[in-house]
Design a protein around this ligand. Structure first.
Ligand SMILES: CC(C)(COP(=O)(O)OP(=O)(O)OC[C@H]1O[C@@H](n2cnc3c(N)ncnc32)[C@H](O)[C@@H]1OP(=O)(O)O)[C@@H](O)C(=O)NCCC(=O)NCCS
Length: 239
């Protein structure tokens, strides 16, 4: 680790770090509440947001700054993280990573691909999803599973499904470079004692995805903290 100390979020509850606790020392996470991280962009990054509205600029700058601080945890000096034509971030060679923003925070997580072969992260503000969004995001199987849930997990179930699928997609996409719809997978959640954190499994329903075995290798983690839900999808071990 650079600087001799752990890489920490500049503010907030450090939920991002706890989400990846099983891979501490391998996955480096920086969480920034309030977009306080605002270091200058590299020219190729600036080009990607030249026409962006102010809020998008703020979240993009905070995301890139958080990502560079997370990369420092891997002893990688500040470098550009350009935006690919498909909008995925271009990480330095040998690195996997993921970025998420909500209107209130940004989260960046990175790891060496010799240790972690795929990584996705997502954060969402807690809100009740509209029925048509739930219908698009949750499969019949997801809805049946959630119907058996209790407590807060039941209340935020559809949002958690959404967040887990986004995290899964961000882990999947850089390796496979193809779009997956929300009905490609179903999610099974498990709550830790206390009920506000836990794990999830991803069950592939799309034939090509099922055949690849990718979803079976994903370890999912979720957390409900304050006004956000978080999800992480990790494929441990080298690719
Ligand atoms: C791309 C997508 C995952 C972004 O998620 P989001 O919740 O809307 O937004 P977030 O703030 O959490 O994430 C945005 C970040 O995702 C990253 N991202 C964008 N496209 C990506 C991709 N194809 N693969 C991996 N990461 C991607 C970027 O870093 C982006 O931030 P940046 O533009 O500042 O660099 C989402 O909009 C999407 O297109 N999903 C596809 C459908 C899907 O999720 N299906 C589920 C299948 S199981």
């Amino acid at each position: 680790m650079s600087g001799g100390g752990p890489v920490r979020g500049v503010a907030g509850s450090g939920v991002g770090q706890r989400l990846f606790a099983d891979w501490a020392g391998q996955v480096h996470v920086v969480e920034d509440r309030g977009f306080r991280l605002a270091e200058p962009l590299f020219a190729e990054e600036e080009a990607a947001i030249v026409r962006a509205v102010p809020l998008r600029r703020r979240e993009f700058i905070a995301g890139r700054t958080a990502a560079r601080r997370a990369l420092a945890g891997l002893d990688i000096a500040p470098c550009p993280i350009p935006v690919a034509a498909d909008r995925a971030p271009c990480w330095p060679g040998g690195v996997v990573g993921s970025i998420s923003h909500s209107p209130a925070l940004v989260l960046a997580a990175v790891a060496r691909e010799r240790e972690i072969s795929a990584l996705g992260v997502d954060a969402e503000v807690v809100a009740r999803l509209e029925p048509e969004i739930i219908a698009a995001v949750c499969t019949e199987e997801d809805r049946r599973f959630l119907a058996g849930g209790r407590g807060r997990l039941a209340g935020i179930g559809p949002l958690l499904v959404f967040s887990a699928k986004e995290a899964f997609y961000k882990a999947f996409y850089p390796l496979h470079r193809r779009f997956l719809d929300h009905d490609a997978v179903a999610i099974r959640f498990f709550a830790a004692p206390g009920g506000e954190t836990g794990s999830f499994r991803v069950i592939a329903r799309e034939p090509g995805l099922r055949a690849s075995g990718f979803a079976d290798r994903v370890a999912g983690r979720w957390a409900l903290a304050g006004d956000h839900v978080y999800a992480a999808a990790v494929v441990p071990g080298p690719g």
